[in-house]
Design a protein around this ligand. Structure first.
Ligand code: F0G
Length: 470
């Protein structure tokens, strides 16, 4: 299979370029407000890009969550919503799509990913148990902690080094899991919290070999593995591209094989699955399913809608099928890589290799003169917005939050600013504008000072914290 991006194929080898496997039927106008207005808007938003008004943003790379463009088929599906309170036809279509493409037995719909995280954490964690995971995710870890669990990072060390070129930087370090079992006993491990790809590590994949070995280890101790499948279809693409023996398997086949090594999964369908809202929990064991299915009616809605409208479930069922098409995934990741290659060519420090859903600027290298206490990645996100109206987000010390035991800041090794690419939304010219804006911020790096936090909410502070320039 050929994995070159549009740029390298067209220009460097004198070959024919490829383009997105879709054409545009409807457009949404965007505009750039003036530099003065952007400075004013950033100040009013407390230097937190989450607090900007969308209308003040030119190119929105805050997140790939719920921001993708649906296809004409999905929009047509929206008109087929069966809005019955119970037993909606669309639920059965969704259930069938998840069983077909992910292979799990029992399905519970939820309003989005964290709804499913809440349920699985409550059902599968006893207070005081450990939850080993391949790097934390913000909402995932919080729900595990709120359920009384103690999260332990068991990702390979290479994942914490932004420049390391390991092809599967999302892999679990099995020795770290073994040590945890030896120290506390298998009954003190709630489950393995496995994510593919790993968002906070830079969208880095897990190999099939790694999940197979993890399965074997867990089988020896009767430990279950639950998968954060949010960007697992993207992970499957990387396996196809990089892992021996998978080049001739489809993304869909790889996805299903990977899931078969796990006992269940939770999903933020707002990412891979090309919808604006939705999520699910899927389980292979009846006892866990029954417990979670009982809780869904307390927190989300009836077990045949879980917080989604019928039409949302229909769009999701169709989106799942579209998300596992090889040509879709190739153009999606190709676009992210195009932006990454431009920045790399210009010597701008980003997490390597380029991951699935975003470019992660390495703010520590970008601003070597700024200590982590003055929030380099948050600062960079603010600078980018003020330069060009491009909205990114912080994935560093602010996102990491405070240790629940000591109340002190956690100091993650990775201090990153994420340029997250929505699926099927922006063109190559938008990527060029973004790259040039990052370059402008890079050229002005010496003049940049940090921020101080002036308002800090208790949970998931990165969403709502406010800052002032130093
Ligand atoms: N797991 C991962 C890996 C995620 O990236 C997210 C959300 C969730 C779970 C929670 O899902 O938002 O539907 O409740 N990530 C978004 C992001 C917010 O911007 O990365 P949710």
């Amino acid at each position: 299979m050929d994995h070159e991006t549009p740029k390298t194929m067209g220009q460097q080898h004198g070959r024919r370029s490829w383009a997105e496997p879709w054409k545009i039927k409807m457009v949404e106008p965007i505009k750039m407000i003036s530099r003065e207005e952007r400075a004013e808007a950033m100040k009013a938003a407390g230097y937190n890009t989450f607090l900007l008004k969308s209308e003040d943003v030119y190119i929105d790379l805050l997140t790939d969550s719920g921001t993708s463009a649906m296809s004409d088929r999905q929009w047509a599906g929206m008109l087929l919503g069966d809005e019955a309170y119970a037993g909606s036809r669309n639920f059965y279509n969704l259930e069938n799509a998840i069983q077909t493409y992910y292979g799990y037995r029992y399905i519970i719909p939820t309003h989005q990913g964290r709804g499913a995280e809440h349920l699985i954490s409550k059902v599968a964690i006893q207070p005081g148990q450990y939850v080993p995971g391949n790097m934390y995710f913000t909402t995932t870890r919080l729900h595990q902690e709120l359920a009384g669990g103690i999260f332990v990072d068991v990702i390979i060390d290479e994942a914490h080094d932004p420049a390391h070129l390991h092809p599967f930087k999302g892999n679990v370090d099995l020795n770290k899991v073994q040590m945890l079992i030896d120290k506390h006993g298998a009954q003190q491990i709630a489950y393995i919290s496995l994510a593919g790809t790993v968002n906070m590590a830079g969208g880095q994949p897990v190999s099939m070999e790694n999940v197979r070995a993890l399965r074997a280890l867990c089988d020896r101790y009767g430990i279950r593995i639950y998968l954060d499948a949010t960007r697992m279809a993207e992970n499957a693409f990387f396996i196809q591209e990089r892992e021996p023996g998978y080049a001739n398997k489809s993304v869909a086949e790889i996805l299903k094989e990977f899931c078969s090594y796990t006992d269940g999964a939770w999903m933020s369908a707002k990412k891979d699955s090309l919808v604006n809202i939705g999520g699910w929990l899927a389980l292979n064991h009846l006892d866990v399913f029954e417990a979670a299915s009982n809780l869904v009616v307390v927190y989300e809605g009836l077990h045949t809608y879980g917080g989604m409208a019928g039409r949302d479930m229909e769009a999701l069922a169709l989106g799942i099928e579209e998300s596992v098409q090889d040509d879709h995934m190739r153009s999606r990741i190709g676009q992210v890589r195009y932006l990454g290659e431009l920045l790399t060519e210009w010597g701008i420090p980003i997490v390597q290799p380029v991951g699935g859903h975003a470019i992660f600027l390495d703010a520590k290298s970008f601003y070597p003169h700024l200590p982590q206490d003055v929030f380099p990645a948050q600062t960079l996100a603010a600078e980018l917005y003020m330069d060009s109206g491009v909205r990114s987000m912080e994935r560093g010390i602010v996102s990491a939050g405070r240790d629940p035991e000591t109340g002190k800041h956690r100091y993650p090794a990775l201090e990153l600013t994420r340029l997250t690419i929505p699926r099927r939304v922006y063109t190559q010219s938008h990527m060029d504008v973004v790259a040039e804006s990052v370059k402008a911020a890079y050229d002005a790096r010496d003049k940049t000072r940090g921020l101080k936090m002036v308002y800090e909410p208790k949970y998931l502070r990165f969403f709502q914290a406010r800052f002032e320039p130093l």
